[in-house]
Design a protein around this ligand. Structure first.
Ligand code: ADP
Length: 480
């Protein structure tokens, strides 16, 4: 079985969030299940030279973007056994920094979506399934229907679309339809690509793919309600059992505290070595050095989704408690400013690092005792999984994948791997943090919860099996 993943980011080449982790890890897990899974990504300027230098140039072709033809260079790199294709266009991807957020994202990703389909005959890979991810690749399924189905090469290709975050939809002005995608007005209706007067790439993936998945069961249920549905709950309800939730895993080889080269001290389960990481991080970040002070970590995009309003609301109160908080993230300037200002007032207790930093992220997972994710909504969330793998106990709000992967600790039975609260309420969160701190100070319970968290299976094994089953379903002759 041949499956082509199309996405806008993938570790270790280019990453802004959890999507990259998934694209870097799931194909490897599928490969182990006998599936020839490959990946196609844009060839961004920001991909480190250590990778671009080893890419093999295959050839270049022309890709139609509306009425124009654009250059598309095709490069290939086999990494960790997985074949990655990188599509090059100097103007769209090769000559600018960053991944998203450019004024012409509609054009950049219209090009990429079209290019993914256009290059297939040239890479000698005829996939049985194209598996697209999030809005950046949402137009692949509609473009396949519109421009390629008449060609026998493409006729039997099935499509799967995975929603990693419904909030980002890629909605662009009406003109995009004809001028960039080469589609007629008939595609612009509420049951097709139209969304609030614009053209939605996200909706394209949802409406035109054979199957839709999202990254946890709870999120699959949530997004069918108006509260979480971002205006697409109707379209998602319409899918019925063509939508399923399959929880993400993590690359447990890369995220392994016993071998992670970024840590100050590597460890399996040793509390002492974990504390040594904490002491070193305190020193590096200029915080008060005390290995007994409970440290709470956060590694996150600084956006409203991540529950930062709750934290802002009670941060003054929290700073009265005996704890340290380390925040690594970047994003909304409002949060960046607020947290930086608070860090100036509490230098011993609060460290705020505004940047994207893979090494520091891993050091925080390894050094912290607790990991805070009070999200408004969370499709899956990988932070809590990585944290548990590194023995840092998650404090989460019960939503989406956080709800599916974190079980509240029960002191009576000794079961559970974290702490959680239900309502999006700052004092409920504060209460839960304080409860976690009280358990931290009871060594018997603490040992138990850390053991539970570290013993969990956060690998891709089970979920890869579920994807395989889904692929088999859409390829079966009785599928309709
Ligand atoms: P999302 O995809 O919504 O950003 P996830 O929890 O699913 O959230 O995944 C976030 C991923 O990005 C994790 O691997 C996390 O460690 C990483 N990450 C987030 N912010 C940073 C940062 N500032 N520096 C390094 N890694 C980060």
């Amino acid at each position: 079985m041949k499956v082509l993943f199309a996405a806008a980011e993938g570790s270790p080449f280019i990453k802004t969030g959890g999507l990259a982790d998934v694209i870097g890890a799931l194909p490897k897990a599928l490969l182990k299940n006998g599936i020839d899974a490959r990946v196609v990504l844009p060839k961004y300027k920001s991909i480190p030279e250590e990778y671009t230098a080893s890419m093999r140039y295959i050839q270049h072709i022309e890709v139609p973007v509306g009425w124009r033809q654009s250059y598309c260079g095709i490069f290939e790199l086999v990494f960790d056994g997985v074949t990655f294709y990188f599509l090059d266009n100097e103007y769209y991807f090769g000559a600018r920094d960053g991944v998203y957020g450019h004024y012409d994202d509609a054009e950049r990703f219209a090009f990429f979506n079209r290019a993914v389909l256009q290059v297939l005959p040239h890479i000698e890979f005829q996939p049985d399934i194209i598996h697209s991810h999030d809005w950046h690749t949402g137009m692949i399924s509609p473009l396949l229907d519109k421009h390629y189905r008449h060609d026998s090469f493409y006729q039997n290709i099935r499509t799967i679309y995975t929603i990693h975050n419904l909030q980002y939809q890629g909605v662009f002005p009406y003109e995009v339809l004809g001028e960039l995608l080469g589609m007629e007005h008939q595609y612009f209706s509420p049951d097709k690509l139209e969304y609030k007067g614009g053209v939605s790439f996200m909706k394209g993936g949802i409406v035109y793919s054979d199957r839709v998945t999202t990254v946890s069961r709870t999120y699959a249920d949530e997004i069918q309600t108006p509260h979480f549905g971002e205006g697409l709950d109707g379209a998602l309800r319409w899918l019925g059992d063509r939508m399923t939730g399959i929880v993400n895993g993590i690359d447990d080889k890369s995220y392994n505290p016993a071998t992670d080269p970024h840590l100050f001290q590597r460890y399996r389960s040793s509390v002492t070595k974990k504390q040594a990481n904490k002491a070193e991080l305190q020193r590096v970040l200029g915080m008060e050095e005390n290995k007994n002070t409970p440290m709470i970590g956060m590694v996150t995009r600084l956006t409203a989704q991540k529950g930062l309003d709750l934290l802002s609301h009670v941060l003054h109160e929290l700073m009265d408690d005996e704890l340290q908080l380390v925040i690594l993230g970047s994003g909304d300037p409002h949060y960046e400013g607020f947290f930086l200002d608070m860090a100036l007032r509490h230098p011993d207790k609060l460290s705020v690092q505004i940047r994207f930093d893979e090494r520091l992220a891993r050091q925080i997972y390894a050094s912290s005792d607790l990991f805070l994710m009070p999200s408004q909504f969370e499709p899956c969330g990988l932070g809590q999984l990585i944290a548990m793998r590194y023995g840092s106990i998650p404090i989460v709000r019960e939503t989406g994948g956080l709800n599916d992967t974190v079980q509240a600790y029960e002191e009576l039975t000794g079961e559970g791997n974290g702490f959680s609260f239900t309502n999006y309420n700052a004092h409920d969160m504060l209460y839960t943090i304080r409860r976690a701190l009280s358990v931290y100070h009871q060594p018997e319970h603490w040992k138990r919860i850390v053991k539970n968290a570290m013993a969990g299976d956060y690998s891709w094994n089970e979920s890869a099996r579920q994807y395989k089953q889904l692929y088999e379903e859409v390829l079966s002759p009785v599928y309709s």
